[in-house]
Design a protein around this ligand. Structure first.
Ligand code: SAH
Length: 256
């Protein structure tokens, strides 16, 4: 069933309007017409089965039939601060990270990031990133669409999340003693609600030692992902998978 994103669906809404790119997709690309059944999702946890009641090329009205109650969201709120990497790699990480269950993406400037974005290019790039994430979220039937935050400096990210008391996981190939599994075991050992974890993955050229020291000062868990040096996109997806698995996601499906 095709799924469409409609922001801000009122709690008591019986009908919603689909406009913009989503309407173009519905009408021109998929050629869905009156009476057809679709799904709509607000990107923040609610989804409905719905039926098209009015349609023209730029706008469609749909009646909400019933809520879709299946919960496909991880209990862990996983934030990926990904060092800015070249175009296709970033796109790949955003798409696959969304499928795996990342909650928020923060494109992060590190000293060895080769990509430099001016304000204007950054805004354009961010729009494109959010579009990739939206598409991936619809395709894999997530009800929460991850947010792509504005680009931030690594120092800002460390300061903010440390300030909020969020555990920070910092995969670093120079770390030998502590594995990601052991760190997660400690982080999740408290019981109760798991909350949020930040994962900070370095660029193609790795982190500068200064950044490793800074992360350490901010109380990050410097962890190893094993004896092989992974490319940044492999490191990100491996760390996401392991973290969500340890948090109880990516296994048997929870129902009800
Ligand atoms: N400095 C390296 C490669 C960096 S790999 C070099 O050029 O030789 C890119 C990022 O992936 C790193 O910054 C780190 O966050 C992560 N990474 C890759 N392999 C890793 C490993 N074995 N353990 C922990 N992190 C790893």
């Amino acid at each position: 069933m095709h799924r469409f994103l409609v922001k801000d669906i009122a709690a008591d809404a019986l009908e919603v309007i689909i406009t913009g790119e989503e309407a173009v997709h519905l009408n021109r690309v998929l050629r869905l017409g009156l009476g057809e059944l679709i799904e709509v999702c607000d990107g923040r946890g609610r989804a409905f089965r719905a039926q098209i009641t009015y349609s023209d090329p730029r706008i469609s009205r749909v009646r909400l039939l019933e809520p879709i109650l299946e919960d496909s969201e991880p209990q862990l709120e996983l934030v990926l601060a990904q060092a800015l990497v070249k175009g296709e790699r970033m796109d790949f990480i955003l798409q696959k990270g969304t499928e795996l269950g990342v909650h928020t993406f923060i494109p992060t400037i590190c000293q060895r990031s080769v990509v430099k974005l001016g304000k204007e290019r950054e805004a354009r790039r961010r729009k494109r990133w959010q579009r990739i994430v939206n598409e991936a979220a619809k395709q894999c039937r997530r009800t929460v669409v991850p947010r792509v935050e504005p680009v931030r400096e690594i120092g800002e990210v460390l300061q903010k999340y440390n300030g909020e008391g969020t555990p920070i996981i910092f995969p670093w190939e120079g770390e030998e003693g502590l594995g990601l599994d052991t760190a997660l075991g400690d982080i999740f050992s408290g019981g109760g609600k798991i909350g949020r974890v930040l994962l900070l993955v370095g660029p193609e050229g790795g982190f500068e030692f200064k950044e490793v020291k800074l992360a350490d000062e901010y109380g990050a868990w410097l962890v190893s992902l094993g004896p092989r040096i992974l490319r940044t996109e492999t490191a990100a997806l491996a760390a996401i998978s392991i973290t969500l698995y340890e948090a109880g996601d990516l296994g048997a499906v929870r129902r009800g």
